[in-house]
Design a protein around this ligand. Structure first.
Ligand SMILES: [Zn+2]
Length: 312
């Protein structure tokens, strides 16, 4: 399918006036070369009632089955507007912004939608970072007076940022429970392609990373100087860290619980990596495309099975 997406809100309103129009668009995104049964990969099917398809082996499916839209009780037209709003705002939106703009009665619905969309922001099987990649850890939240007490515990976030001349290429982020060798090197393996240059400070947990096929560049400084010069040694990760913290404090007013922090990091990463996209419509397209690629998540599984409404 040729990448085609609305470029203005007027186009959005015109293209996606009905649920059928939304469904047709999702169909093109999900099955660009024609229908494929998710169960048996059969390519011929006939339409059944309520937008369903039945394959030759009699499996029933629909364009939203197995995606974040599965079993939604709200119209797709509303979902499309949510996605437009979330992608067209430079800094994204909080759940209460979304609730307000869409006129949703329940905060829980807005919160659940934001979290479903965050899960769609990470593409399954995405490519690893390459080239020269800075890696460092930062603390988010906790008791630090600079950040305020805005996540209940201090979280450790590992950041990887590609060097792109003097600028920043793509980034990856994840929380780790502790700054151990296993956690930090595990992060490197997950996020960075073997053969790349991994640029770190002198922290011992990164020692031996070259044994796995990475080239390890270490920039070591004396302990006294370390506090002040970290941002000069690994300027890209430190720039990303401060932008990400500013975003958490600004858009989300710091109201992020530590258990959900990884999903906010995913959203930030998606926005950051798409920041040079000329068109906001392209982000809308990307997010919808990824939304039909992933497995559905229920509200219950997101809040850890308690069914309680979280505050954030
Ligand atoms: Zn089938």
């Amino acid at each position: 399918m040729v990448e085609s997406y609305p470029k203005t809100i007027l186009e959005l309103e015109r293209w996606f006036a009905t649920d059928d129009a939304c469904r047709e668009y999702l169909y093109q995104l999900r099955w660009p070369t024609g229908f494929v049964c998710p169960k048996c990969h059969e390519t011929s099917a006939w339409p059944a009632s309520r937008g369903r398809f039945v394959c030759r082996s009699r499996h029933q499916t629909s364009v939203t089955a197995g995606t974040i839209f599965e079993n939604t009780r709200k119209p797709l037209t509303l979902w499309f507007r949510a996605i437009w709003y979330v992608t067209s705002q430079k800094n994204g939106a909080s759940a209460s912004n979304l609730q307000q703009i869409l006129g949703l009665r329940s905060y829980q619905t807005a919160w659940t939608w934001m979290h479903k969309l965050r899960r769609a922001m990470v593409r399954p099987g995405r490519e690893k970072l390459t080239g020269i990649v800075e890696v460092d850890e930062t603390y988010v939240g906790g008791e630090d007076p600079k950040d305020g007490t805005w996540v209940e515990q201090k979280a450790i976030v590992v950041i990887a940022a590609e060097e792109d001349g003097t600028g920043i290429g793509r980034i990856r982020m994840a929380t780790v429970p502790r700054r151990t060798r296993k956690n930090l090197q595990g992060f490197v393996h997950e996020m960075i392609k073997i053969g790349s240059v991994v640029h770190t400070d002198g922290f011992h947990a990164y020692r031996g990373i070259d044994a796995f096929g990475y080239k390890h560049r270490k920039t070591v400084i004396s302990r006294q100087k370390e506090k002040n010069s970290a941002s000069i040694l690994l300027p890209r990760v430190h720039r990303v860290a401060s932008l990400m913290k500013r975003w958490l404090l600004g858009t989300h007013q710091g109201a992020v619980s530590a258990s959900h922090l990884d999903y906010y990091l995913d959203e930030y990463t998606f926005r950051f990596n798409q920041r040079t996209s000329r068109s906001r419509g392209k982000l809308f397209y990307r997010l919808l495309q990824q939304a039909v690629e992933i497995a559905p998540t229920t509200y219950r599984s997101m809040v850890g099975g308690t069914g309680e409404t979280p505050k954030h």
